[in-house]
Design a protein around this ligand. Structure first.
Ligand code: FAD
Length: 309
């Protein structure tokens, strides 16, 4: 196990911001993840497993304890009684796998062909797009714990909802996703690939191609966060090196030189301005990781706390 000390996490995130992890492990297998989890338990330090870091806002002050990154990414398609099922290790790149399968006329994951990050992260977050999501494709996933024990859970046990799961809420403790099984659908020649191309084109039109962590806020019921932020006149607003995208107001981009604090400041500004105008509180979809203060976390979570800051 190659534990590293004081590793900067910015290069391990899609926003390219954030400070150092006290300890870092690039795990090449589930056994290495288990060893890392065990090491953290034995040393009484916090531990967090990450994938592509494409949904994270890592604090500039870094992350206490151990961060394990999943670097194992084998994939296979199994025939289960006529149903093709993708069995992917947690670190597999979801978009790459989805695109490759579509070219082989295996559909079901076309929605994912542009969702950055890993299969493990998608299973935790219930990533989704274009009407599809991980929960609706998932057959089961296998978790590994600090003792190297494996547990296979079917979809029901994960209590999926919009962009969340029991894993996202960390209700199962310090466990990591080892493998994910996703149901595929054979399609007529070229159909899955055509859908991937169509979704690509839609993304190109609507989303910025600058460093970001995707949608910053979850959509409130019946409306879109991007629309509310746009109507509040915040497109293009900036804080330090971070900017609310001109192209899509629910994206905060890092054209270069942004800090995590800059991104956070823009998130808070968007929340306050939108709340003032509409009484709708925007809830963060991206996840704060690391040394954020309780006050910072609370201010992001709810308007009442924010009003009494
Ligand atoms: C340009 C852009 C576009 C995006 N578009 C979409 C979109 O359309 N739909 C969408 O849903 N998301 C979107 N996102 C967000 C992101 O792609 C998804 O949330 C993705 O599923 C995160 O995967 P990840 O591997 O990067 O996870 P990370 O960001 O690394 O982690 C996310 C969470 O999962 C946990 N985690 C990760 N791997 C494991 C593991 N093996 N075991 C246990 N816990 C783990 C982490 O601790 C964290 O809580 C977008 C992001 C970007 C940058």
């Amino acid at each position: 196990m190659n534990l590293e000390r004081n590793v900067c996490l910015a290069p391990h995130t899609s926003l390219r911001v954030g400070g150092v992890a006290d300890w870092f492990l690039l795990a090449r297998s589930a056994q290495e993840v288990a060893k890392g989890l065990r090491w953290a338990a034995d040393h009484g330090v916090d531990v967090r497993t990450i994938g592509g870091g494409s949904n994270l806002l890592v604090a500039d002050d870094g992350v206490e304890g151990l961060v394990i990154k999943t670097g194992f990414a084998q994939t296979a398609v199994e025939d289960r009684g006529g149903v093709p099922v993708l069995v992917a290790e947690a670190g597999a790149n979801l978009a790459n796998v989805a695109r490759r399968l579509a070219k082989q006329d295996l559909g079901g994951l076309e929605w994912a062909a542009n969702v950055p990050g890993t299969v493990g992260g998608a299973a935790v977050n219930n990533a989704g797009a274009f009407g599809g999501d991980t929960a609706s494709c998932l057959v089961a996933l296998t978790l590994v714990d600090a003792h190297g024990q494996r547990t296979r859970l079917a979809t029901d046990a994960l209590h999926y909802a919009y962009r969340t799961s029991v894993l996202k809420r960390r209700e199962l403790g310090d466990v990591a996703v080892e493998t994910v099984e996703l149901r595929l659908e054979p399609t007529v020649a070229g159909a899955a690939d055509a859908r991937v191309r169509e979704f690509n084109a839609q993304r190109m039109r609507s989303q910025p191609r600058i460093l970001s962590a995707g949608s910053v806020f979850a959509n409130p019921p019946g409306t879109f966060s991007g629309k509310l932020i746009d109507e509040a006149g915040l497109k293009g607003a900036s804080s330090g090196g971070a900017q609310i995208s001109e192209q899509h107001a629910n994206f905060i981009v890092n054209p270069g030189g942004a800090s995590a604090r800059d991104v956070y400041a823009l998130m808070r500004r968007a929340q306050d301005v939108v709340f003032e105008r509409t009484a709708v509180w925007l809830h963060a979809e991206i996840e704060l990781l690391g040394r954020w203060t309780l006050k910072e976390r609370a201010a992001l979570a709810a308007p009442l706390v924010a009003a009494h800051e």
